[in-house]
Ligand binder design. Structure first.
Ligand SMILES: *[C@@H]1O[C@H](CO)[C@@H](O)[C@H](O)[C@H]1NC(C)=O
Ligand SMILES: *[C@@H]1O[C@H](CO)[C@@H](O)[C@H](O)[C@H]1NC(C)=O
Ligand SMILES: *[C@@H]1O[C@H](CO)[C@@H](O)[C@H](O)[C@H]1NC(C)=O
Ligand SMILES: *[C@@H]1O[C@H](CO)[C@@H](O)[C@H](O)[C@H]1NC(C)=O
Length: 146
């Protein structure tokens, strides 16, 4: 009996600390929907779909995975706004207010998108999902400054 209560308590503490953590993330970013930092984004369509199911996104709130506004980490989230068409020559970041911002990549060493694409098809452009030292890995100008 006591054993069962302990397990329940433990579960409760886990749930509470998880939601406290995501509240903290929300505050840090000031997005009005939940985001999760991830080490990598899915890099093809089948993995992208699997991730969407895992996270619980749907056709209205579409799965996205892309750099945060500090370019410090990749984040995944179900986007509460419609996906957007990104012009060629741009990667994307999630800006402070939860809007997708274009990030010019014309001077990246390789892989800058050469045609328009939908924000939830960014996995077609690995260079837009590769970060290091708060820079895109292919953004040498940014890296030199660090
Ligand atoms: C998708 O990417 C994952 C991870 O890189 C890989 O294991 C998988 O084979 C890929 N699937 C396809 C269909 O390319
Ligand atoms: C999609 O998910 C959101 C958030 O969980 C939910 O509010 C909405 O009803 C869902 N839409 C559909 C079409 O399932
Ligand atoms: C790319 O490099 C060119 C030449 O140095 C410069 O004029 C331009 O402003 C750069 N673009 C960006 C987005 O930094
Ligand atoms: C990310 O960039 C590094 C360094 O340029 C490269 O070695 C690695 O293969 C890239 N990863 C992806 C997924 O593109």
């Amino acid at each position: 009996m006591i054993y069962k209560i302990l397990i329940l308590e433990f579960a409760l503490v886990c749930i509470l600390s998880t939601s406290a953590k995501s509240e903290e993330e929300k505050k840090r970013y000031n997005y009005d929907f939940e985001i999760r930092p991830v080490n990598r984004c899915p890099m093809n369509e089948s993995d992208w779909k699997a991730a969407s199911i895992r996270v619980g996104c749907n056709d209205t709130f579409k799965y996205h995975c892309l750099p945060d506004r500090f370019h410090s980490t990749l984040i995944e989230f179900c986007y509460t706004s419609p996906r957007s068409m990104i012009e060629k020559g741009n990667c994307v970041e999630l800006a402070y207010n939860g809007v997708l911002n274009n990030v010019k990549c014309e001077n990246f060493t390789e892989g800058c998108p050469d045609s328009p694409y939908l924000s939830d098809e960014i996995y077609k452009y690995p260079v837009c999902l590769n970060l290091t030292l708060r820079c895109f890995t292919s953004d040498k100008n940014c890296l030199y400054k660090k």
